[in-house]
Design a protein around this ligand. Structure first.
Ligand code: SF4
Length: 272
């Protein structure tokens, strides 16, 4: 990573799962820099005026996926309202570059909302990542408190729904945090809304306050309650669900591809 001057969320977020994920040859790359044009009150990423994207980044990410022998790569990015397509072409070219130099690496594209621009979502879908992800991040009632005002719950569901319409063989996934003041009913409602929007997979993890300046943790959700949420997700009809205190968006991300209910759908991608 150092050689290629690449950002992994694993390192920059001090993720508790890093050793486990890297052991399994999965890693999460942050593309399009580490300055976001939005400001969510739970997020440790810097907000401000980002630099121009590095045109060499797609090739560098692909090269590190090849060198590391990655089985699965997650691409995530800050929100880039400063770019006309929100960075969609850059993300898509990174997926395509990985597919070209490391065809054995499956990819999850964890993208911003692109202001629900259909062309941007279509560009990422056409790059054929196995998993298209957009995080709803929290329950509807907490959006005004936690998310940058340019995000809306409805718009994030719309992005997931559009991706579902556009994809032939890929999977749709979302993730959110708990411990921010939501109720169990809020969580159930969010799961129902994500499923209705077309999500196949969901991840739920505990919010941890990055600094004293960020939104406080309202409660540490007990492991048993995470088990309830995970069982509820499966009972509602998700093909894959993972919930736990240390679960993060891309934690065990590659396992989505092993979900029996989804495996059949992958065949066309491999054959194409
Ligand atoms: S849009 Fe994403 S990266 Fe930007 S502040 Fe919000 S959560 Fe953080």
């Amino acid at each position: 990573m150092g050689d290629l001057k690449l950002h992994t969320v694993c390192q920059s977020a001090h993720c508790p799962n890093q050793a486990e994920c890297w052991e399994r040859r999965t890693a999460t790359f942050m593309v399009l820099g580490n300055v976001c044009t939005r400001h969510c009150r739970y997020c440790a990423v810097n907000s401000g005026h980002p630099e121009a994207p590095d045109p060499e980044e797609p090739a560098k990410v692909a090269e590190s996926a090849r060198r590391l022998g990655l089985k699965h790569a997650v691409l995530t990015s800050v929100t880039r309202d400063d770019l006309t397509d929100g960075g969609a072409d850059h993300i898509a070219r990174t997926i395509e570059a990985i597919k070209a130099v490391s065809p054995g690496t499956t990819v999850e594209a964890l993208v911003p909302d692109f202001n629900a621009e259909a062309d941007s979502i279509q560009r990422v879908i056409d790059a054929r990542a196995e998993v298209f992800s957009h995080n709803i991040e929290t329950v509807e009632s907490l959006f005004p408190k936690l998310r940058d005002r340019r995000f809306t719950y409805a718009q994030s569901l719309e992005v997931l729904g559009m991706a579902k319409e556009m994809t032939r063989a890929g999977f749709i996934k979302s993730s959110f945090m708990v411990g921010c003041g939501e109720t169990a009913d809020d969580v159930r409602r969010t799961l129902e809304d994500l499923l209705a929007a077309g999500c196949d997979a969901v991840a739920i993890g505990q919010y941890l306050q990055p600094t004293a300046r960020h939104h406080p943790v309202v409660d540490y959700v007990r492991p048993e309650q995470f088990e309830v949420y995970q069982a509820e997700a499966y009972a509602l009809g998700f093909a894959f669900a993972v919930a736990g205190p240390f679960v993060r968006s891309s934690y065990r991300s590659e396992e989505v591809l092993q979900a029996p209910a989804l495996r059949a759908r992958l065949a066309p991608v491999k054959g194409a």
